[in-house]
Design a protein around this ligand. Structure first.
Ligand SMILES: Cc1ncc(COP(=O)(O)O)c(C=O)c1O
Length: 363
């Protein structure tokens, strides 16, 4: 039979499918920077109670009042106003709407690499052109290089802080300089991992009309499976976002889960402490180059070995990590390992313990 295909948009030709961290049955999953404690236990109780009591009716569309309540909770959590908050199905969903708002055919977006790969594919899907700048050897961003890479067509600048997969942050003064030097571009600060970091860049939104901050409940709040994210945006953008976003993007169960998770401060505190301890433990005990991290993962350089070899060796030992060779500009010797429970972190360290005759020894 003749296989036919209807023409598709030319801009989709060189887009790669998003490759998530792998899930291998029975193995320890340290490949997607999830919360090893899971969500607050109150989340499950609240969801079940809401269904049993009839408060949560799955046959009706999510209630606008619940969306507003979630925004109020987020406003309180972030110290911003409700009109500064927009929500979506994870940061991924929020990004989808933002890129639709700002990128038309031929527009440019600056992406300092290596970083989260979705920025690049979203921009390409919209018909835009990613402009890559290379990070320094410590993965910091050269503000001068970034400003030099901008031009008349630049509409977005992506800065993940802490960055994935490198774990480092950007400073307030650097963001201010970028925002003020490129006023016709929106500076998107992705703070997916901010709860594990020392500080946030959200105050830049009050100073600059072209800065917004992305946040998620997938990491510190342990709700990756329910897909809830938000952005703190300048007020002028809120109405436009609502026009472009799909309706009901956060489902009824996710709305209840997110509100409950945000209210459990003790669970958040325990999560952050677990991650900070685990991070220090891994840095102190891995006899390899471990980059400083402000996120819930660490980045290792395993050179002269290849990241793919180390990835496979760890997989054979029942530990799934992230081989960073799939990140543009990351080379082929970087491995990212999510912080797990203390027992999981010990297993990681044991897997790297030297034994005679082999570089990674027990690997
Ligand atoms: C920097 C960064 N932003 C966004 C995301 C995706 O977040 P969400 O689960 O809210 O879509 C990730 C996921 O790993 C990430 O590393």
């Amino acid at each position: 039979m003749l296989i036919m295909q209807v023409p598709i948009r030319a801009s989709l030709a060189d887009i790669e499918e998003y490759k998530p961290g792998r899930l291998v049955k029975g193995a320890i999953k340290l490949s997607s920077n999830e919360n090893p404690l899971g969500p607050s236990p109150k989340v499950q109780t609240e969801i079940l109670n809401s269904i049993k009591s009839g408060k949560l009716n799955l046959s009706v569309y999510p209630w606008e009042r619940d969306e507003e309540r979630l925004k109020e909770e987020i406003a309180e959590y972030t110290g911003m106003e409700r009109d500064n908050i927009v929500i979506g199905a994870g940061i991924d969903g929020v990004l989808d709407t933002l890129v639709k708002i700002f990128i038309a055919e031929g527009d440019e977006a600056i992406i300092p690499v290596p970083t989260f790969s979705l920025y690049e594919s979203q921009v390409k899907i919209a018909g835009g052109k990613p402009v890559y700048t290379t990070r320094e050897s410590d993965f910091s961003i050269s503000v001068d290089d970034l400003i030099a890479a901008s031009g008349e067509k630049t509409r977005l600048i992506f800065i993940a802080s802490p960055n994935n997969p490198t774990g480092n942050c950007m400073s307030e003064s650097e963001v201010r300089e970028i925002a003020q030097s490129v006023p016709d571009a929106m500076v998107i600060i992705d703070e997916a991992y901010v709860e594990f970091a020392e500080s946030s860049l959200e105050k830049q939104i009050e100073e600059n009309a072209n800065v917004l901050v992305l946040r998620t409940l997938s990491k510190a709040f342990g709700l990756a499976g329910l897909r809830v994210g938000y952005a703190i945006v300048p007020k002028w953008l809120t109405k436009i976002y609502k026009k472009v976003s799909m309706p009901f993007t956060v489902n009824s169960i996710a709305l209840i889960a997110a509100m409950t998770a945000l209210s459990d401060k003790e669970h958040l505190r325990r999560t952050v402490e677990l991650v900070r301890r685990g991070r220090n433990y891994l840095r102190a005990n891995m006899h390899l180059k471990v980059y400083p991290s402000q996120a819930n993962f660490v980045l290792l350089d395993v050179a002269p070995a290849k990241s793919s070899e180390v990835y496979n060796a760890l997989l054979n030992k029942g530990i799934v990590v992230r081989d960073c060779s799939s990140f543009r500009g990351a080379g082929n010797s970087l491995i990212r390992i999510s912080i797990g429970t203390p027992e999981q972190n010990e297993k990681v360290v044991e897997a790297f313990i030297p034994s005679t005759g082999n570089r990674f020894l027990s690997l």
